[in-house]
Structure formats: C-alpha cells, structure tokens
Design a protein around this ligand. Structure first.
Ligand SMILES: [Zn+2]
Length: 348
C-alpha cells in the first residue's frame, strides 16, 4: 500500500494481457460485478472456476458492486430502471432483460465471481444533489451495508479463515460534512475490512473534493484500508494519499492511453516523492503533428516495454496514424507503468 488497481471492468484491461500487466508491476485489478452480470453472466464466470481463472490473473481482484454504474445509467435515462428502498431494478434497453439487484444478490454475484475483495451495494448521489436526497442515500447505504454484511457472514461462515475474501463498504453523503461523518461512523460501527469513498469525488468544475475526502478518512478507523473509488488523476491521487487513502482504481490511465494521451514525470521528478501541488507530471498528446519527427522516448528514463525497447514518439505517432492495434497496447502499458512508478514513489 498504496496500490493502484487498473479497471478490468469486464474482466479485462482493454488491449493488454494479464501477463503484460504482471510484467509492468500491476498487483491487482478491479472488475465490475454489474457489468459481468450483464455479460457474460456470473454463472459463466463461476463455471470457469472464478474470475481469476476466467481472465488468467492470479493476483488480487476487487469487485465493484456496480452501484455507481447502475445509478449513473438510470440517472441518464430514467426509463432504464428505478432505485427503491429495498432494491434496484435495471432494464436492458436493447433486449428488454430485467435485473433485480438487492444487497444480498450483489454479495451472491461477487461470491460467484470469486473475487478477493467484495464491495457492498450503495446508493449513489451527485455532489450537487439536494440535502434531502443525500440523507436518503446515507440511510439506504447504511441499511444496505448491514444487509450485505449479514449475507456475507452467512456465506463465509463455513469457509476456512484463509480462503475468506474481504468486504468493503462505501461511504456516501455528498458534500455534507455531517452526513459524510454520520455515514462513515455508522459503517465503522457495523465493521468492515475496508471502506470506499463513494459518490463522485470531483466538483462540477473538476476540482477534487478534498474536504469531503478528509471528513470521511477522519471518521473511519485509522488502520482500515481506504479506497478512493474511481479517483485517478495523478495529482488527485497524491492529494488523496496524503489524506489517508491507499487504494485507487480509475479508468483514466487506460482510457487516456487509447486516446493517445500519455503521462510522464517532468524532468527531475522521477525519483522524488511528490506532495500535493507539486508539478511532477505532464501529459503529451501523441497525435500532435510535432511528434511525427520526434525520435525520443515517451519519457526519458521510462522503463515500460515501449520506451525500454528504444522505441520513440515518432513511431507511436505513426502506429496510431495507421490504426495499428499495437499503438493502444503500447500506450496503455506506458501509462500503467507511469502509475506503478508513481505509487512506488508514494510508498517511499
Ligand atoms: Zn514508457
């Protein structure tokens, strides 16, 4: 700890293999229980022997409950479903299929997937939602977490101690200090192996909600692992780490890579532990015409498979330009290696 877990949402980090991830120092991944339930189905993964065997990955896997995804899909289009006090109903618009998610079912799905860390179902909100909605979300989140805890305990009761997965709960409460602290304390009173900061961690203008992150971390047991869900911009990671968060997952480095946005330490910053506010990284756009003739690595001193092989910006620019599939793979490995190096610096 701290550790960065790339998003292998549908049991794969796009464009790269499990062996690729291992080779660059990735220690764990996050899959999404809801997306895997939709496709290929939790039973298919279970029949393969669990998600580790299914995707050929023998290191830790954390499964996100999918509460956030269901919430955001329903928020975008209310015809897709409804969130009630006791369940979430989601309709697949293309097929008409209906999914009924309860706290118990969400634990059952993650048990079928066989992941190492399970996450309770929570009721998400946006930071700008009114106080009344935040209150209802906290009330539901705590009640659902208790039901997840009970279901989890019932299912692991006969499992040998060493084989038991961990259970994390998610703290809601929007931008209200009272609600964030109330939710964190109520969840801590139930007792979990770790806690996630839930809801959107950024304000509408993209600034990090450092106050809210601090209230939550301060209201949870000091020694409990804290997961900043979906938070991943390098400078945000440094800030949240300073506030006490040690587990991060985010689609940003891999999504940016596929779009040709590549991270690099600024000269002189590759061996220093960054503090909040430090200008330690930059991002280059490989599609930029100036890279067509730049025969330099993506970052001087980077040891990712692309840079270490002596390959250059000009070559990656070219691969993207001609639509070679290797371009996205190289870019993804470079960005993830940047994150592994950043986390090594944070560990000190
Ligand atoms: Zn590189």
């Amino acid at each position: 700890m701290p550790t960065f877990l790339p998003d292998a949402t549908r049991a794969g980090v796009r464009g790269v293999s499990a062996a690729d991830l291992k080779a660059i120092g990735i220690e764990g991944v996050v899959v999404n229980a809801f997306h895997l339930l939709r496709r290929p189905g939790a039973r298919v993964v279970q029949a393969a022997g669990g998600v580790h065997r299914f995707m050929g990955w023998d290191s830790p896997v954390l499964s996100d409950s999918g509460g956030f995804q269901v919430w955001s899909l329903i928020r975008q289009d209310p015809a897709r479903g409804v969130i009630r006090d006791n369940e979430v109903i989601f309709r697949e618009p293309s097929t008409g299929e209906k999914w009924n998610l309860t706290p118990e079912r969400v634990i059952g799905i993650q048990m079928q997937l066989g992941t190492d860390v399970l996450v309770c179902l929570d009721d998400c909100t946006a930071p700008e939602d009114p106080e009344s909605e935040q209150e209802r979300s906290v009330e539901r989140t705590v009640r659902w977490a208790q039901r997840c805890r009970d279901e989890f305990d019932r299912r692991v009761a006969r499992m040998p101690e060493a084989e038991r997965p961990l259970l994390f709960a998610v703290v809601q409460g929007g931008r209200s200090e009272g609600l964030r602290r109330q939710c964190a304390s109520a969840l801590a009173a139930i007792g979990f192996d770790g806690y996630g900061f839930g809801g959107f961690p950024l304000a509408e203008d993209g600034t990090l909600l450092t106050d809210a992150l601090g209230w939550v971390a301060g209201s949870l047991p000091a020694e409990a692992p804290k997961h900043a869900l979906g938070l991943g911009r390098p400078d945000h990671v440094v800030s949240a780490f300073t506030l006490g968060y040690s587990i991060f997952d985010c689609a940003l480095p891999t999504r940016d890579a596929r779009q040709g946005r590549l991270y690099a330490f600024r000269p002189g910053w590759a061996a220093r532990r960054p503090s909040p506010g430090d200008p330690f990284f930059s991002a280059l756009r490989i599609h930029d015409p100036k890279h067509r003739i730049q025969h330099a690595p993506l970052e001087d001193g980077c040891d990712c498979p692309f840079c270490a092989a002596g390959l250059t910006r000009a070559y990656l620019h070219h691969l993207f330009k001609v639509g070679d599939m290797a371009a996205e793979r190289y870019a993804t490995l470079h960005n993830l290696r940047f994150y592994v190096r950043l986390f090594e610096l944070l560990r000190g």
